[in-house]
Design a protein around this ligand. Structure first.
Ligand code: NAP
Length: 459
């Protein structure tokens, strides 16, 4: 795939980037490896945390400029790009402030002597990342690994090379030594060769199931640890006692934010039959009011999809769903007479289990709505999914919410809020949504050696 920035609002090519050859990759690997062996990685954590503090300050001071770059490159509404950039700064700050505590030795009581587990870096980590949050996805890997002393090589998605290059520059500007973070414009075969290399000790991928399976099996073949943050088909459940105005408004936002291209976007709306008509009416009204336009225009409320391919895939999925009996309540088509990659905000009902849409992730502004009679049906439907990433429940009955939350097979569940993210909260899924966690104290433990040391009493 060529590394190109194409503005999804008008499909104009802005810039094509030169790819990196194998010699460049070898140099990057060796520099990263030597850095891991050096005092930078093996010595005092404070020198690395200073870089994260500085990085956070630099990013916070340049929100507007960085946000604009994201919106032009992948179509995110400018307000959402600003939020992404600020969150990126917050994650850097969070690890700058907390990593030392997370990585300090933990004592264990044992009859064998004084025992503790210390946390040390393991080497070079290969990260493969997607375009939908071009900065946030990178900092989730960079911040904990820079803090722990691992060097990071990154293959970002080929449609966001400007963001990839900008992020690398920010890290250099923050004072990180060469090799701490290296952006590579490389092919999938080159990623495989890097994974095979003995200097690489871990692999982190965020993306589709298909890419996850290829990359994780390659890592497993070389007996290397991997973490996978993959797709989702998250529920947004509305119980009969919920505040329907609020649920409909938040639900619409949870489906169309980032033009629906969020792994934890609300994708399956599961509504109690007593409030289904009211919810649907209000929910579809929000969809009808969305304003398609330039992501840089503050008045736009639905931006373009990231690429022309994304529109084609979504169009095929919706057509197939309808062919198998789904009904289109609103939307259903790509936006015609427009040079950009727009797809109408769409609500589908009547999806049965034999409809391929039932198990598919729709990566765009397409909501599936299901109606259930009771909590038992809700849980059954929620868990009848290959995915298990996030989910949301809306109800005033918090005892009922706690019970339901425990029964739903996902890595994350939110009550009376859309599925969200914060530096201090673990992020990740179960089933085909992947394994491992990013962010929080859990994220920083994924790629460290949790080394046991025991001092026996007699020498
Ligand atoms: P994708 O096609 O899997 O791409 C993700 C990254 O993997 C890109 O850098 C891509 O490179 C690379 N890649 C693809 N196939 C590869 C292979 N065989 N070997 C090495 N690298 C490979 O995913 P996408 O469609 O762009 O992203 C959307 C998916 O990501 C959705 O399913 C979404 O739910 C998921 N996602 C999950 C999370 C999470 O945290 N769980 C967050 C965001 C997105 P190229 O660009 O060069 O193809």
């Amino acid at each position: 795939m060529p590394y190109q920035t194409i503005n999804p609002f008008n499909n104009k090519l802005i810039k094509e980037y030169q790819t990196h050859n194998d010699r460049h990759v070898e140099q990057a690997l060796e520099t990263a490896h030597q850095l891991y062996k050096s005092d930078w990685a093996q010595g005092d954590i404070k020198q690395r945390l200073n870089v994260l503090h500085k990085l956070s300050d630099i990013i916070s001071s340049r929100v507007e400029e960085l946000a604009k770059g994201i919106s032009i490159e992948m179509g995110k509404l400018i307000e959402q790009s600003r939020a992404e950039v600020q969150l990126t700064a917050d994650i850097a700050k969070y690890y700058a402030e907390n990593a030392e505590e997370f990585l300090k030795p933990v004592s264990y009581k044992s009859n064998l002597g004084e025992a503790w587990v210390e946390h040390s870096p393991i080497g070079v980590i290969m990260a493969v990342e997607p375009w939908n949050f071009p900065f946030y996805q990178l900092i989730r890997v960079l911040a904990p690994n820079l803090a722990s002393g691992n060097s990071v090589l990154v293959k970002h998605a080929s449609i966001v090379p400007h963001s990839a290059e900008t992020f690398e520059k920010l890290i250099t500007e923050a004072g990180a030594p060469k090799g701490a973070y290296t952006n590579l414009f490389i092919s999938q075969d080159q990623v495989s060769a890097i994974i095979d290399d003995d200097r690489v000790q871990g692999v982190a991928l965020t993306g589709s199931e298909k890419a996850g399976a290829v990359v994780a099996s390659r890592a497993a073949g070389k007996l290397k640890k991997s973490t996978l943050e993959l797709g989702g088909n998250d529920i947004f459940a509305v119980l009969e006692d919920a505040d329907i105005d609020h649920a409909a408004k938040v639900g619409a936002q949870a489906r169309v934010a980032n033009a629906g291209q969020v792994c934890t976007a609300a994708k399956r709306f599961i509504i109690h039959e007593k409030v289904a008509d009211e919810f649907l009416k209000k929910f579809t009204q929000h969809f009808k009011e969305l304003k398609i336009g330039d992501p840089l225009d503050e008045k736009t409320t639905l931006g373009p999809l990231s690429s022309a391919d994304a529109v084609n895939t979504l169009t095929k999925q919706v057509k197939e769903a309808v062919k198998h009996g789904a009904k289109v309540l609103v939307g259903g088509e790509p936006v015609s007479n427009n040079p950009g990659n727009f797809f109408e905000a769409t609500v589908l009902t009547g999806i049965t289990r034999d409809n391929p849409a039932y198990f598919e992730e729709f990566f765009g502004p397409v909501a599936q709505v299901y109606v259930v009679k009771n909590d038992e049906e809700l849980v059954k439907l929620a868990n009848d999914s290959h995915y298990g990433l996030g989910g949301a429940l809306f109800t005033r009955d918090l005892t009922r919410a706690r019970k339901l939350a425990s029964k739903i097979e996902t890595g994350m569940i939110y009550v009376n809020s859309l599925t969200n993210t914060a530096p201090e909260l673990p992020f990740g899924g179960v089933k085909r949504s992947g394994f491992g966690r990013e962010l929080s104290d859990l994220g920083i433990k994924e790629f460290v050696n949790q080394k046991l040391v025991v001092l026996a009493e007699k020498s």
